[in-house]
Design a protein around this ligand. Structure first.
Ligand code: NAD
Length: 488
């Protein structure tokens, strides 16, 4: 009998999903809700045995899935999207209780996006993927996108289902079979997705979920010679371990990692719009890889920018993420919150000034850290170079464009950048010099799935989105035929 529990009145399976069946483990781990600190589920604690079984199941299911006509694979992915839409409210509330992100966002944008991810890659497979033929001196070249095999997908906790489906949808569309390993801090919606794929009619073994702690189950997945692709979103430290583990088999890896991204506001910008977007960097309690957490503001508008920023931030409502009026929820775990506290404490010891926030929200208790703005930071200090992954922004000033670009590019990361200016020429000049996978000009967080997404330097390897995701899961092949032979 497979184990289940009720989370916010929704039944969620607690075991792995391997080969079309629920499979338990000898032990479990506690899944704790950041909303109130309660243990909400005891999840199967996978290890090498479960990892091997999941890869074997995916390997066995691969040939049939890969051989399915694209239209059939696409129809199945649309059915998955239909079911996600039907269960949107259940997925949204379970995700909120599991990872503490706002229910409002899950309902309005995140879960619709999950469905969209499946629809987008289903349509891409059928409508956009062309197999070109071209001829040179009697030789015809035919390019095909062959599914590569078993894809291992390892995902983080900050946007669990949406980030998982950025990988799951293109991998399945491409004809790969999948083993998904969700983060141990937010394992529930991946388990619900397994039920959805089964209900949609996905053949057993095409989609598998292995639960467990990263260090216990991860290495067996990433070192398995039957794995054709590894796609990982998470921290730089874990990416290094995965790269080392995958090296033995030269398994291709795609990495979406952390950031320390800049937000540049020039004096000629619409200051209100710039400030509103700067305050958005606190979304998801700052637990967003793309957050542009280093505010770089032109000297002449510094005072005005800070005054408006403080006003707007003070108007944010912190509290229970299930309430529609809440703007900022809790951090994911107490350990993570203490890490954030450490960053801010060390910065102040080094002489930095806390303009607002700077500690836990004692009125709320629990895992709430106040949205924080730090100024007077010594150049090169830790708070300017390391990812905090919490609601903590720094603010520095610059004198001119050159200085802004130098400061913006002055970290080991290169994930994103935001640029506010009223001058289109300057926008072009500056954005061309920024080292970042995405530059947003006078906007933030707009994401068209056809566009590439990812980071340079330590922010990642490869890109996701549209053709970049799809290609990663394929072995692209050119078949060159001497057609003259047929005609002689
Ligand atoms: P993490 O690296 O701690 O964990 C991510 C996943 O890796 C989890 O599923 C975990 O279980 C697994 N894992 C841990 N050790 C492993 C091992 N040895 N082998 C295989 N898998 C292992 O990251 P996190 O704390 O969950 O996520 C936060 C980080 O993710 C931040 O750095 C953030 O910037 C980054 N992130 C990046 C993006 C992006 O698209 N660039 C998006 C979201 C989050």
């Amino acid at each position: 009998m497979s184990r289940t529990t009720k989370v916010a009145d929704v039944t969620v399976a607690l075991d792995h999903w391997i080969g079309g069946e629920r499979v338990g483990s000898a032990s479990t781990f506690d899944d704790v809700s950041p909303v109130d600190g309660r243990v909400i589920a005891r999840i199967a604690r996978g290890g090498p045995g479960e990892a091997d079984a999941a890869v074997a199941a995916a390997r066995a299911a691969f040939p049939e899935w890969a051989a399915k006509p694209p239209a059939e694979r696409a129809a199945l992915l649309h059915r998955v999207a239909d079911l996600v839409e039907q269960r949107l409210e259940q997925l949204a509330i379970v995700e909120t209780v599991d990872n503490g992100a706002l229910l409002r966002s899950h309902l309005r944008s995140v879960m619709p996006r999950v469905a969209h991810n499946f629809r987008f890659f289903a349509d891409y497979l059928v409508n956009d993927l062309h197999h070109p033929n071209f001829e040179t001196r009697g030789h015809r070249n035919h390019v095909s996108w062959d599914p590569s095999g078993v894809a291992v997908l390892i995902t983080p906790w900050n946007a669990p289902l949406m980030l998982a489906t950025w990988k799951v949808a293109p991998a399945l569309a491409a004809g790969c079979s999948v083993v998904l390993k969700p983060a141990e801090w937010s394992p529930l919606t991946a388990s619900m997705l397994a039920d959805i794929t089964a209900e949609a009619g996905m053949p057993a073994g095409v989609f598998n979920v292995v639960q467990g702690l990263g260090e216990e189950v991860g290495p067996a997945l990433t070192s398995n010679p039957d794995v054709a692709r590894i796609s990982f979103t998470g921290s730089v430290q874990t990416a290094r371990l995965i790269a080392a583990s995958a090296a033995a088999n030269l398994t291709p890896c795609s990495f979406e990692l952390g950031g320390k991204s800049p937000f540049i506001a020039f004096a000629d910008a619409d200051l209100d719009a710039a400030v509103a977007n700067a305050v958005e960097q606190y979304d998801n309690a700052g637990q967003v890889c793309l957050a542009t957490t280093r505010l770089l503001v032109e000297e002449s508008v510094h005072d005005e920018f800070v005054a408006r920023f403080v006003d707007r931030t003070n108007a944010l409502r912190q509290g229970d993420p299930r309430h529609a009026a809440t703007d900022i929820g809790p951090q994911i775990t107490d350990e993570h919150l203490r890490r954030i506290e450490g960053f801010v404490q060390r910065a102040t010891v080094d002489g930095a000034k806390v303009v607002i926030g700077g500690g836990r929200n004692s009125e709320l208790g629990g895992l709430f850290y106040r949205p924080t703005l730090i100024t007077d930071v010594a150049p090169g200090s830790e708070i300017l170079t390391e990812e905090v992954f919490g609601p903590v922004l720094t603010l520095q000033t610059f004198a001119d464009e050159d200085e802004a670009v130098a400061m913006a590019n002055g970290t080991d990361f290169g994930l994103a950048a935001v640029l506010f200016t009223g001058d289109p020429q300057r926008a072009r000049r500056v954005s061309a010099q920024l080292v970042a996978g995405t530059v947003w000009v006078n906007c933030f967080f707009v994401r068209d799935l056809r566009a590439p997404f990812g980071g340079s330097r330590h922010s990642g390897v490869g890109r996701e989105g549209g053709t970049w995701s799809f290609d990663f899961y394929c072995d692209v092949k050119n078949t060159c035929t001497n057609v003259d032979r047929w005609t002689r």
